[in-house]
Write a protein that binds this ligand. Structure first.
Ligand code: ADP
Ligand code: ASP
Ligand code: MG
Length: 406
């Protein structure tokens, strides 16, 4: 028997009609003789509604209680979908993360999966049942409910696929695959038939929210084939592959991503002496805050300016952490800026093409968009620009790399 894990995101289970449509899709998989584990998200934007309610009651509420609250959304969907399957004569059983169990560490709000026991799921599959699992949640070793971070149902799906040694993980969503840019922003973005796991990892971590980054990491580590598909219309979707297709010439750039979840911190006039970077970034890293791009300029006067990006949600906490440290170091000032966007061009083809950066800078300059920071790796170039230019920049780069044409 083929075992598949299918995941349906919020829009795909937004109401009773959509849940019935999901049940119909799953009935087809069963009729094709597949063993099916299905992972679902909370209905529509209900997780956002829970986040807002929590913030109204207590903006500084504990992460533990936040997880107890946020995990409820998925529990509604698993029950309703199981009922929809039963209604169609298909036995089904719903499970919360703790019931499976999906054991995680205790980092509430961004927990990492440590262990999944597939025995109960396998027994259900062998008995002809569909397993309906709540995405996004787990349980720590002390029995506390945890969540994996926003968008975490993708990670649940791939992790369950790995635990079950499933043949494929199908991510059903509101677009019919992975595109050369967010199709909501670039109307002539193209669907990719295939994308390598390496590129998909860059796409995801640089802002393409179609897959959570951790889910792609799992897929790479355990060699789980993922297919991204529309839950609204049939189609081939996009297959995430493990090998580059060397029969066709790689385009220099495969896609453009944007990320509006970063903020920039600037420290001015720090005395330029040994150990400065360690004093600053060591403290940030000890506090578990994520630093991405770093730029350091050294002046003639023995002073240096440092600019770096952090997650926007962590900017205030990072500033509060660093204020006493930079005053001890004798720096002039520290300030934060939330109005930035990170725009990236991604492609394994960059390895064998030159002039990518030049094309990128030319296209942005033609639109009068000022570049604040630049960072490059073998297969991506990222720039930071003012956030109001994000969409314009993505469209300009999509055009400059002729991604609408191929
Ligand atoms: P789900 O609720 O199904 O998990 P998400 O909203 O998390 O769905 O992810 C799907 C969305 O990802 C799409 O609606 C699209 O706007 C966005 N997206 C961003 N970049 C891309 C891209 N390169 N290709 C496809 N979708 C993208
Ligand atoms: N419901 C969660 C969220 O909105 C998890 C998910 O949808 O993947 O982030
Ligand atoms: Mg998602």
């Amino acid at each position: 028997m083929t075992t598949v894990v299918c995941k349906f995101g919020g829009t795909s289970v937004a109401d009773v009609e959509r849940i019935n449509a999901v049940a119909e899709t799953l009935m087809k998989h069963r009729a094709d003789g597949e063993d099916v584990v299905v992972v679902v998200s909370a209905m529509g934007k209900s997780t956002d509604a829970l986040v807002e309610m929590a913030a109204e009651i207590n903006p500084k509420g504990s992460a533990r209680e936040s997880d107890v609250l946020l995990s409820t959304g998925e529990q509604i969907t698993i029950a309703l979908l199981s009922m929809a399957l039963e209604q169609r004569g298909q036995p089904a059983r719903s499970y919360t993360g703790a019931q499976i169990p999906i054991v995680t560490d205790s980092r509430h709000g961004s927990a990492r999966i440590k262990d999944i026991n597939p025995d109960k799921m396998r027994a259900d599959l062998d008995a002809g049942r569909v397993v309906v699992a709540a995405g996004f949640q787990g349980v720590d070793e002390q029995g506390n409910i945890t969540t994996l971070g926003r968008g975490g149902s993708d990670t649940t799906a791939v992790a369950l696929a790995a635990a079950l040694k499933a043949d494929e993980c199908r991510i059903y969503t509101d677009v019919d695959g992975v595109y050369t840019a967010d199709p909501r922003i670039v109307p002539d973005a193209r669907r990719l038939d295939r994308i390598t796991v390496e590129e998909m990892l860059e796409f995801a971590s640089l802002g393409a929210k179609v897959l959570m980054t951790r889910s792609v990491e799992f897929a790479g580590r355990y060699q789980i084939p993922i297919r991204v598909l529309s839950s609204f219309e049939p189609g081939p979707g996009t297959l995430i592959t493990f090998e580059e297709d060397d029969t066709v010439e790689q385009p220099s750039v495969s896609g453009i991503t944007h990320d509006l979840d970063d903020a920039k911190i600037t420290i001015r006039a720090v005395p330029d002496k040994t150990g400065i970077a360690h004093a600053i970034f060591g403290a940030v890293s000890d506090a578990d805050f994520n630093v991405d791009m770093i730029v350091q300029n050294i002046g003639d006067d023995g002073m240096t300016d440092l600019t770096f990006t952090v997650r926007r949600a962590e900017m205030e906490a990072t500033l509060a952490l660093l204020e006493p440290i930079i005053s001890e170091l004798g720096a002039a000032s520290i300030s934060g800026d939330e109005h930035i966007a990170k725009i990236s061009a991604v492609g394994v083809g960059m390895r064998s093409h030159t002039g990518i950066a030049a094309t990128m800078f030319e296209a942005l300059s033609a639109e009068n968009i000022n570049i604040q920071m630049i960072s490059t790796s073998e297969i991506k170039i990222s720039v930071v620009v003012e956030d109001k230019y994000a969409e314009l920049a993505v469209r300009a780069l999509h055009r400059a790399f002729r991604l609408d044409e191929a």
